[in-house]
Write a protein that binds this ligand. Structure first.
Ligand code: MN
Length: 202
């Protein structure tokens, strides 16, 4: 297939062991190679189905197909953002730069942002994500709480940082203890990446 017209699994910028002890090699490998890949495969399968129907002239159940396409594309894009905003332990802590200033201005302090984001991640109903996004109309960083991969998304808000809180993201390392995974996440945030995403829209 023509790669440019379909999705592909991006390589991680870190090795599978590099996020230990916060995310184990086994957990990261499974999450990337199996779970993320499944969304890539799912989205591409739907695109192929649409291509085939357009060629044959067959009808497609648009409601069901587009719901499924949104789910798979959302899964692919969010995982791609997630991997890139992770970095080996030791680079965590409070950020400086434009992102540090933006968070302090909006939330009053980094600690207040961390508390709100942690609570957003912890309280996602079922499977989903917490994301730090940015609204260019109001110049405010805004927290998104995404259910599944595509519900409660603010259209066109750029995502600066995201954490996957589907159980598949942490079950091998933390069992059902999502709060422990969210706490560990703060040790492996790639603030340089978050800052450069913000710089890209300001
Ligand atoms: Mn995931």
């Amino acid at each position: 297939m023509a790669a440019s017209r379909f999705y592909s699994l991006p390589a991680l910028k870190v090795g599978y062991k590099d996020l230990e002890p916060h995310i184990s090699e086994e957990q990261l490998r499974l999450h990337h190679e199996k779970h993320h890949q499944a969304y890539v495969t799912g989205a591409n399968g739907i695109l192929e189905k649409l291509d085939a129907a357009r060629t044959s002239g067959a009808d497609v159940d648009m409601k069901a197909t587009l719901k499924e396409l949104s789910f798979h594309i959302g899964g692919h894009l969010l995982h791609s953002l997630f991997w890139a905003n992770l970095a080996p332990a030791g680079t965590g802590g409070a950020p400086g730069g434009a992102i540090g200033n933006a968070l302090e201005k909006e939330f009053g302090s980094f600690d207040r942002f961390k508390k709100e984001f942690t609570q957003a991640a912890g309280s996602v109903e079922g499977s989903g994500w917490a994301a730090l996004s940015y609204c260019t109309q109001t110049d405010r960083p805004v927290i998104m709480q995404i259910e599944k991969h595509n519900v409660n998304v603010y259209p066109a808000f750029k995502i600066l940082m995201v954490i996957d809180v589907w159980e598949h993201a942490y079950y091998l390392d933390y069992k059902n203890a999502r709060p422990k995974f969210v706490e560990a996440f703060w040790n492996i945030v790639n603030w340089n990446e978050v800052d450069s995403r913000l710089a890209g829209i300001l």
